[in-house]
Design a protein around this ligand. Sequence first.
Ligand code: GCO
Ligand code: MG
Length: 402
Amino acid sequence: MKITNAYINVTSPGRNFLTLKIETDAGIYGLGDGTLNGRELAVASYLSDHLIPCLIGRDPFQTEDIWQYFYRGAYWRRGPVTMAAIGAIDLALWDIKGKALNTPVYNLLGGRSREGVMVYAHANGKDIDRALEDVAHHKELGYKAIRVQSGFSGLSTVYGVPKGSGRYEPAERGLPSEQDWATEPYLRHVPVLFARVREEFGEELHLLHDCHHRLTPIEAGRLGKELEPFHLFWIEDPTPAELQDSFRIIREHTTTPIAVGEVFNSIWDAHDLIRNQWIDYLRMTLTHGGGITALKKAADFAALYHVRTGFHGATDLSPVCMAAALHFDVAIHNFGIQEHMPHADETDAVFPHHYFFKDGYMFPGDAPGLGVDLDEKLAEKYPYQRAYLPVSRKLDGTLTDW
Ligand code: GCO
Ligand code: MG
């Protein structure tokens, strides 16, 4: 089999997505997600201008060699743009492989290790009472694990809580908005929030929280310690992770489990975190981490150190990435949990798929390949719209981590 053509599709059914379609002389095609929130067009150019011309004529079954060709062969390695582009190619090739062999991708990764994939939902609210209502709503929907974020007095906007009505969506159309940040009121607020959640819902629900890179290591240690009585499943991104040594400090102070990695694009971003057992869950994604070929190795490496996966599954990853994640999650042994932020109805219509949610679990379905398609005609109705993630400033105006 040979690759005869490849092209990208950029569409905005509710939010922007970048999809790669690879066609072959066998009449089979594959889809890959290359969406990089707020930087979609950089990946589009990297693919169209630099990678696609080198793909034509290659054997789509050679997922390992093609991965190495684009990673090692570029000379310039890593980075979110490069790795999202390689991720898109890799996902499309695994999709083709599955379709050509007439089997779901999970069978190419070791087969099913479990029936379904436990997912966590997002519950949020402008204040604690409204966040509790949203927890009750998601519990009602069947979720066994729920991430909880809520607003608190002192800040006008908070990460994870929508400004108006409707579901939370971090990217906003137009230029970046600015949000404010203050650590002290946040650190006082979060333990109160989780005390209330446990009081109301008991011990059974798995509870998660995203600090979104806002704390210093010692502040994260304090938060983790104060949350210990509420037995969280994890706190996520407690501190920015460029300096992997930071996590040693957090680990020395708390037994609250730690999840990191949604902004990582290479195993080298997590190498020290894993081999020193400073984290419990690796949150990379198939798109941003360079695809199934790269993350299968990362997950196997993590397994040696008792680190499980908890892949990023925000709405800025398309249904193609979600489908791939579910095949991956159902197959690997050291799966932990999967994030699930349901897509808008327009998005689901543009990307018809076989995966589904039932009673707190998701299932990849049994269609050959990844089991997701792209309705290119419908996609044309939703042209790309410039959108950015917000930026964050401390109350004195200093730019800080969003
Ligand atoms: C999460 C994430 C997202 C990110 C978003 C950025 O845990 O789901 O933190 O909300 O902010 O994916 O593009
Ligand atoms: Mg996060």
